[in-house]
Design a protein around this ligand. Sequence first.
Ligand SMILES: Cc1ccnnc1
Length: 293
Amino acid sequence: LTFNEAPFAESYDVGEELGSGQFAVVYKVTSRKTGEKFAAKFIKKRRYATSRRGVPRAHIEREVEVLKAVGGHENVIQIIDVFETGNDVILVLELVSGGELFDHVCAREHLDEAEACAFIKQILNGIRHLHTNYVVHLDIKPENLMLRKKGETQLKLIDFGLSRHIYPGTPVKDMIGTPEFVAPEVVNYEPLSPATDMWALGVVTYILLSGVSPFLGRNRDETFCNITSVNYHFSPTYFGTTSQLAKDFIGRLFVKDSHSRATVDDCLNHPWVRGPRAGGPSDLRLNSTINVA
Ligand SMILES: Cc1ccnnc1
């Protein structure tokens, strides 16, 4: 796979840093031709096979292939162009400048059900687009969910650095992802699947509604033990006012057997998401009436 060899700097002016990870830094950039704003993700290339620094070219090519396959959905980041320099591969991506969903939740401590439900619906639509194209994200977490613009609520799934195509019948095993969000099959090094993303969505939903993380232990091993024993609960402190529907939605995702776990379509049809007036205040009145009675 060859990338654009034209010098990146001839096409774009580099602006402020937007974020950074282990082997990548993302900058806000401006097209010199059109003045349009984009995000440029500089991924450090691995120089030698034995090195632990940088990203192997095959992984970078996979991220580009996946982004090309699934970009273009309103809830998924769009790739615009790819450049290569001696040290980096540069992905030019659609700019999402509204900040991380994570920060939006922290600022509010937790969201009310209607707001959380509206976000979850968008994430489900993005995940449905991935899974329909046999792509699994494998790193769904609030930091990888960004608001397109400040003050707006449109969400985009970003960072496909761990994502890949998974076709039925070709088991993929890998110990990857962020401990707090990984499914039992990741901990047990069993085959990964679209269901692995659905478990992570359950963790995101739990956090949006409560501000706390369901399986987080005092260390990595304790977290993994909580996950493989599906050791979580809805503490009245944080879930006292949460509807039964919302708890049932989460409970359908925290299922150890990945084949029994709710799929993205099951979730989109779940009454908490689909409900007659899901996500509106009237919906909550309906539930509270039932609860009161
Ligand atoms: C961090 C980031 C990634 C992609 N687009 N905009 C911002």
